[in-house]
Write a protein that binds this ligand. Sequence first.
Ligand code: RUQ
Ligand code: CUA
Length: 668
Amino acid sequence: MSLHFLKKITINISTMKKYSFYLAAILGSILLLTGCGNQNGKASSDGALASNNAEKVYVAPGEHDEFYAFMSGGYSGNVTVYGLPSGRMFKEIPVFSQFPTNGYGYSEETKPMLETSFGFIPADDSHHPDISQTNGELDGRWLFINGNNTPRIARIDLKTFETAEIIEVPNSAGNHSSSYITENSEYVVAGTRFSVPIPQRDMPIKDYKGNFKGALSFISVEPETGRMDIKFQLIMPGFNYDLSHPGRGKSHGWFFFTTYNTEEANSLLEVNASQNDKDFIAAVNWKKIEEYVENGGGTMVPANYTHNVYSDETHSATSTMKKEVLTVDPTKVPGAIFFMPTPKSPHGVDVSPSGDYIIGNGKLSADLTAFSFDKMIAAIEGEKFDGEAYGLPILKFEDVLGGTVKSGGLGPLHTEFDGEGNAYTTFFISSEVVKWKLGTWEVIDRKPTFYSVGHCMIPGGNSRKPFGKYLISLNKITKDRYLPTGPELEHSAQLYDISGDKMELIYDFPTHGEPHYAAAIPASILAPKSQKIYKLAENEHPFATKNVSEARIVREGNEVHVYMAMIRSHFTPDNIEGIKVGDKVYFHITNHEQDFDVPHGFMMIGQKNSGLLIMPGQTKTSVWEPKQEGVWPFYCTDFCSALHQEMQGYIRVSPANSKIDLSWSLGE
Ligand code: RUQ
Ligand code: CUA
């Protein structure tokens, strides 16, 4: 209802604008007709404004963007990489989903990346990318992102822009309050959205209340390699844990999680989980819990979860099933967890760059609540509690309240910061971004978004040192912003210049999947480190063909291993005979190029997985199971040279009982 109402407002505003534009245009032409020659009419100043904005986003051909932006792909399960301010998309990084463009999740080497305790999973829903930090500033080493549906956290290496590691999160479901990073990348956090029986078991759903639990997982990140490991899981009351953010600066050592459904309803949550006037932000002193587990605290419990690691040396991933996880009962660590009552079904929780304020965004509220970290500590030290929930103390709202932003908006979701003392909050229902001042809580500016914004993002906005300059709003509804493409539209991002007092909308661009959150970093930090090739000499793939003289074919029963090399513009070998119906043929293909941007591709007729795109120096493997006799071609799929169309080969497939020996050739 209210959304429709607001749509109307938007339309009215835009017709008003059009109207005044026409008025100005008429006025302008009257002035021209009267021979006054005044060029400063409304129409021309609008034109000047538009060209000014065009200049702000225009990155001339051959020029580079100022920032990399990493957008979560939502239900695509992946991450897309964009340039800012141009809005040009550079790459889609496959993370939780099979990706036929380059063979991720299809090649033998990368299939283990998608293994879980539920078996091989070809897709997920990714929400919140976060860049690794050192001393609270982006260091540009890794990007973390959550798999929401089958709970996992992935680490992407920002040298190769490839997924390097995925760890599954047990005892979790709807891994939404993830994946946020502490200020020295000590931990990446994964919080469950849905509470579930822990351990999972067959029980009546109506017994949810008091019996289901919510796990908040702290995953340690090895400082040198980035390797992840679940250090401990806090087994919390059965609320929904929606989002989280780390403390920083003075609040480093704490982590903040929003909760909703503190009613613990299990049906029609739309009504039943909106009963309480306030839900909670859970403040977790993770340093205290870390100390507790380092002194032997916690209970190791059986669990099943995969840990998948990709190696740049072997160009292959391995998947290991982990069998236990350390759980912590929060009531056993007094002084570690406190609830701060927050109006009304909070979604986002965001921490100011200094770490002083924790902002709660109640979806059903008009105001924003800023909690003061100092007041929180004082209230904890004074033991001024307002009861407890499942043995965990609840702080008094008035005692921890730092300030309220009377925003005048509806449906606040997420807040980012510019490093100049300003905060920017998105409002889903009133479809706008509101700029306000930390400490004085006054609203400075508001700008509409088109339409229904979810997250916004400022480069470095989730760190001690945001870079300001731009804000992106990530909108849920696209409608009339672009040419229609049938019922399915891409989502829409909008770029605002926030360098002045007032925000200025300067650009629109479509994004792939549903970008929930995004993270951006100056190109100057990442670009110089970006890897260009894999060194062939360092290729440790067990099936690599590092020298063309090693090209060969080996039969082991029904399995045939083809050790193949590729270079502009041929495969070695390119003619193969002696393959039989019923064989399982593994093509292990090594790209011998050592120049930047010379991949080769591979596709084989009738292949039941995707093709491969193989980078210089890399080995990838594709399986083909020939079902029919004949002579079947394969070819390179990437236009790699003037003679790319010549880059091809044949495989002769004989009957299952054929006596033809394996043989191969090149240039004969
Ligand atoms: S969500 S629109 Cu981060 Cu998945 Cu708030
Ligand atoms: Cu190699 Cu085309």
